[in-house]
Each structure stands twice: as structure tokens, then as C-alpha cells.
Design a protein around this ligand. Structure first.
Ligand SMILES: C[S@@+](CC[C@H](N)C(=O)[O-])C[C@H]1O[C@@H](n2cnc3c(N)ncnc32)[C@H](O)[C@@H]1O
Length: 229
């Protein structure tokens, strides 16, 4: 696990603390759930937004590919490409674990970017964020993409511009899985879920429905748990 998710989670929380209220409204509408599970919730920014909208939320500490909470939920979310941290085999195990924890006919909304061979790589994301005295300059770039091995290397760089840690730079490399639409469709077909809809989460304030073959960095996949696990 990287420093950004552990010792420097405070910087991650500031860097990713943008307004997610519209997205949380949209998720609550899509989920139609009262008790929601979010695996890989980090500091809990989405869980907090869902709780503000009346959902009961559950936090647990475990590996997303191996957990047993001995209970079920009626919806689940996993935003911002968290599942790209899992290898294809781990994703398969994760989806089986999720199916065990979700009631039949409920939804698991996952945000996972898909990329097609030959696409021009994005220039990455660059933004500034602040909380209290602390302000940050953040860069998150795709450094290498290999669709044959299904891997990508992303680099994050957080420069602390002001506050108690001013002058520090936290730079890390994240080894992630890269999914093409075809590989993702095959992974879902082999899981207990069906993808009932795909939405483009990359357009501010809008979540247009797109084809399951669409590519994009912030696609939301609505996974439908059709049968008891
Ligand atoms: C991109 S962050 C997203 C955090 C949060 N969902 C959000 O929206 O800000 C990915 C999170 O997944 C967690 N994570 C990565 N691999 C994991 C695994 N195998 N089991 C549990 N959590 C994991 C990391 O610790 C980190 O908190």
C-alpha cells in the first residue's frame, strides 16, 4: 500500500476533498438502498456524503478480495477507480465476496476507467486543493500503459504549498490494472453480476448513459446482482 493511503492519508483527503454532493445525490438515486457498503473507502468522503443523505453506511478494515462480514447490504459503491488497485484475479474474488454480501436484485455501482488500444493517453490531472492553512498542488499522471499485460503505471505528486508541512513533496508510483471494454465485459460476465448500465462520470453534473463499449477515465458501471450468491 502506498504512503498516500496510509501515513499521508491526510494529504490524500485534502487533495480529493472536492464537492461530491451532486454525485452523491445521483448515486443515492441509482442505488435505491438503505444500508450501503463501500469497500476501499479511504477517509470515508463518499460514505459521509451518503450518510448525510440518509443511508446507513458500514466501514470495515479488510482486504477487498478477502472479507466476510457475516451480513448483507442492499447496495454498494466503489468510486474513483479504487478497483484498478486489484489484479484481474483479485477483482474476480472481490466480486464474488461482494455478491455474498449483497441482497439479490441490488446494485453495486463501481467507477472504473476503461481504455482502448491506440487511444491517445490523457495528459493526466493537475489541480490545487486546500483545507485550513494547508494548500497543495496535485498531479496525477498515467506514466505507462500496457494493454497486452493489462497494467498501467500512474504517478502522483503532491507538493505542499503552505501549512505545517510546506515545502514537502510526496511522490509515488501506483501499479494499477488497465481494462479495455472487452476485458472488463469478460470479467463481469465471469462474475455473479451483470452490467445493467454504464454512465459517463467525467462530465460535471451529468451522468449520461453510454454504451458498454465506451472508454473513459471515470465510467460508472451499474452492476446488478441478479441471483443469490
Ligand atoms: C483511490 S483510493 C479511493 C478512496 C475512497 N474510495 C475515495 O473515494 O476517496 C483507493 C483506496 O483503496 C484502498 N485499497 C486498495 N487496495 C485495497 C485492498 N486490496 N483492500 C482494501 N482496500 C484497498 C486504499 O487503501 C485506498 O484507500
Amino acid at each position: 500500500m502506498t504512503r498516500l493511503y496510509e501515513d499521508d492519508a491526510e494529504l490524500y483527503d485534502i487533495a480529493f476533498d472536492w464537492d461530491i454532493s451532486d454525485e452523491a445525490d445521483w448515486l443515492v438515486e441509482r442505488l435505491q438502498a438503505t444500508i450501503v457498503l463501500e469497500p476501499g473507502c479511504g477517509g470515508g468522503r463518499m460514505l459521509e456524503a451518503l450518510a448525510d443523505r440518509g443511508c446507513q453506511v458500514v466501514v470495515f478494515e479488510a482486504d477487498m478480495a478477502h472479507f466476510d462480514l457475516a451480513r448483507t447490504f442492499d447496495g454498494a459503491v466503489c468510486p474513483i477507480n479504487t478497483l484498478l488497485h486489484l489484479s484481474p484475479a483479485e477483482l474476480g474474488r472481490h466480486l464474488h465476496r461482494m455478491a455474498q454480501h449483497l441482497e439479490p436484485r441490488t446494485r453495486y455501482l463501481v467507477q472504473v476507467g476503461l481504455v482502448e488500444a491506440g487511444e491517445v493517453p490523457s495528459a493526466g490531472s493537475h489541480w490545487e486543493a486546500s483545507r485550513g492553512d494547508t494548500s497543495l498542488r496535485v498531479e496525477w499522471v498515467d506514466e505507462e500503459l500496457d494493454l497486452v499485460s493489462g497494467t498501467s503505471r500512474q504517478r502522483s505528486r503532491i507538493e505542499v504549498l503552505s501549512g505545517p508541512r510546506a515545502g514537502e513533496i510526496v511522490e509515488e508510483v501506483h501499479e494499477m490494472t488497465a481494462w479495455t471494454p472487452a476485458a472488463w465485459a469478460a470479467a463481469i460476465a465471469a462474475s455473479p453480476f451483470e452490467e445493467s448500465a454504464t454512465y459517463d462520470g467525467g462530465r460535471k453534473g451529468q451522468w449520461p448513459r453510454v454504451d458498454t463499449t465506451a472508454t473513459g477515465g471515470l465510467l460508472w458501471h451499474e452492476l446488478h446482482h441478479a441471483s443469490p450468491a
